[in-house]
Design a protein around this ligand. Structure first.
Ligand code: 5GP
Ligand code: MG
Length: 173
């Protein structure tokens, strides 16, 4: 496997996309307290930058969930919850933060987990979307970038736990 020589999404483009997502989310939740539920590990870098770009006056608490769906570059339809959030989502507004929406299996596992707790609302925010790969219908309320069917790494996204630290998003081929 080899990294692309130039990033698919460079740091300036990532920054601009996140600023614009943050502006949309800040408006959507201007009157509503909400929980940002970050899906580990891939969305950690994105969520961290996104949270700091939001309007500081928002009423936000943070939770994390860890789901494993991938081994290598192949999606695995039996996504597994490895770490569960500490607090209940009952009657809360929940915004799920994902790195990438691919087949939709992981997103639907997370959405079902949250929905079972009878929250006030669930919305879904993803940095990247690969709509051509979708097997399970999942609707993203907030999308950073729509990309073609490439396997990408960097900015939190891994290949067998490598490359998460890269500040920009690269294609692996
Ligand atoms: P899904 O369950 O939608 O097929 O996949 C979502 C999860 O698979 C993401 O949270 C991410 O961990 C992983 N994934 C999907 N596509 C890619 C990709 O292009 N690169 C990397 N590094 N991970 C991916
Ligand atoms: Mg992963």
């Amino acid at each position: 496997m080899k990294l692309s020589e130039t990033p698919l999404i460079n740091a300036a483009t990532l920054h601009a996309g996140i600023q614009s997502l943050a502006a949309e989310i800040s408006i959507a939740y201007s009157d509503t307290a909400f929980i940002m539920l970050t899906v580990l590990k891939g969305a950690l870098h994105f969520s961290s930058d996104l949270q700091r770009a939001l309007n500081p006056a928002l009423d936000i608490t943070s939770e994390f969930i860890r789901v494993r769906s991938y081994e290598g570059t192949e999606s695995n339809s039996r996504a597994q919850i490895l770490y569960k959030p500490e607090n209940s989502f009952a009657h809360k507004h929940v915004l799920i933060i994902e790195d990438i929406l691919d087949t939709g299996h992981t997103a639907s596992v997370v959405q079902n987990y949250v929905a079972n707790q009878k929250p006030a609302s669930i919305r879904f925010c993803t940095l990247l979307d690969k709509p051509d790969r979708r097997l399970v219908p999942v609707h993203a309320d907030f999308t950073g970038f729509t990309i073609d069917d490439h396997f990408v790494v960097g900015y939190g996204l891994d290949y067998n736990e490598q490359y998460r630290h890269l500040p920009e998003i690269y294609t692996l081929f």
